[in-house]
Design a protein around this ligand. Structure first.
Ligand SMILES: *Cc1c(COP(=O)(O)O)cnc(C)c1O
Length: 362
């Protein structure tokens, strides 16, 4: 069924893009070896650095998974011990990427989904030593959990001499993610809280990370090689391979729009929307997956549903509202609602009533 006025896209990526950012990409392609391209790349990198708040930003063509994989494969070598703090699906994928790299991966998981891993426990594990890196997901999108102890974990890692790798794909610009040099690498992507079209990934890295990736004994495949990207960025203000030039135009504009609002105000906008959902939806029988408010994400709110999530999602789709269901074993029990993208406040104000109506109909 067609939704004449479009739908409310409330999935945790991709999200609604501002019309100005869409317009920015409708222009002629330029060579990625031209001065015009170099200016575009420099502009995007400078704006991304302001959103990150630190580190050297490396720009990739590919989705968030590429950013996470290249971070993992460029900073960890076969045989190295890595501790992965894993809260759910995306923590599992991060561990899997490192395992495929040949790392000796150990995972720390919470006793049940929606609970945060105790930072003291992570520190105690790190103190025993021997870890080359700690890897974690800042916002575990599958459960709406933000690991707000990441900075404390990073401090413990630093003392233990381990690098800190962060998947912040659904966190950057929606959460206060510790930037390099507090951590060593922060991976993210265009289609989440930056509200740009999907297709670009980036990793902000510390000086320590740049040094580490420049002297790997066993470098990753060329497309995953962040040292190569860093070299091209630094020496030529270019990318090693053909980038998605037009997506960079859109991202440049999307970043302007966020910087106009202000990075702090943009984070707070997500925070405010998530708080509204966590306040109103429990009155309809939707139970937050993350019980402790400190760990509830700003960018995606997740709830156990009183009816199968497929039925609720279908009832909302008939009303031109697209939400996401749970992942893995929680698929039929959980609904996830994004606060990201250029939808107006009225969407979030009206949403609880529409969900109430949809629930009465199923
Ligand atoms: C969305 C997401 C990814 C993967 O992003 P893709 O762009 O779909 O490859 C990775 N990690 C987290 C935490 C995410 O939310």
């Amino acid at each position: 069924m067609a939704c004449a006025d479009g739908e409310w896209l409330l999935t945790p990526g991709p999200v609604t893009v501002h019309p100005e950012a869409l317009k920015a990409m409708a222009r002629q392609v330029v060579s990625h070896r031209s001065q015009e391209f170099r200016e575009l790349l420099a502009s995007v990198r400078e704006k991304l650095a302001r959103v990150y708040g630190g580190g050297e930003v490396l720009v990739l063509t590919g989705s968030g998974t590429l950013a996470v994989d290249s971070m993992a494969w460029s900073l960890v070598e076969p045989g190295e011990r890595v501790l992965v703090v894993s809260h759910g699906e995306f923590g599992g994928r991060l561990a899997e990427s490192l395992r495929r790299r040949g790392a000796a991966v150990e995972t720390l998981e919470p006793p049940e989904p929606g609970v945060a891993v105790d930072a003291g426990e992570v520190a105690a594990r790190l103190e025993r030593g021997g870890y080359a890196a700690v890897a974690l997901v800042y916002t575990e999108t599958s459960l709406g959990l933000s690991y707000r102890d990441a900075e404390a974990v990073a401090k413990a890692a630093r003392e233990a001499g381990a690098l800190v790798l962060v998947d912040a794909v659904s966190a950057l610009a929606g959460e206060r993610v510790p930037p390099p040099p507090l951590v060593d690498a922060v991976a993210s992507a265009s289609q989440k809280a930056l509200a740009a079209p999907p297709g670009l990934g980036f990793v902000a890295v510390s000086e320590a990370a740049l040094e580490r990736m420049a002297r790997l004994r066993s470098p990753p495949p060329p497309y995953l090689d962040l040292a190569k990207v860093a070299r091209f960025h630094r020496e030529r203000v270019e990318t090693p391979f053909t980038p998605a030039v037009n997506l960079l135009y859109a991202l440049d504009k999307a970043l302007d729009l966020i910087l106009d609002v202000g990075v702090d105000a943009w984070v707070e906008r997500h925070e405010r929307r998530a708080r509204l959902l966590y306040e109103r939806l429990p009155r309809l029988g939707l139970e937050p997956v993350v019980a402790e408010p400190r760990y509830r994400a700003n960018t995606v709110a997740a709830f156990y549903t009183p009816v199968p999530s497929s039925r609720l999602a279908e009832a909302l789709a008939r009303r031109c509202i697209r939400v996401a269901r749970g992942m893995g074993e929680l698929r039929e029990r959980v609904v996830r609602i994004s606060t990201m993208g250029w939808l107006g406040d009225e969407v979030y104000e009206q949403l609880p009533a529409v969900i109430g109506e949809a629930l009465r109909g199923v």
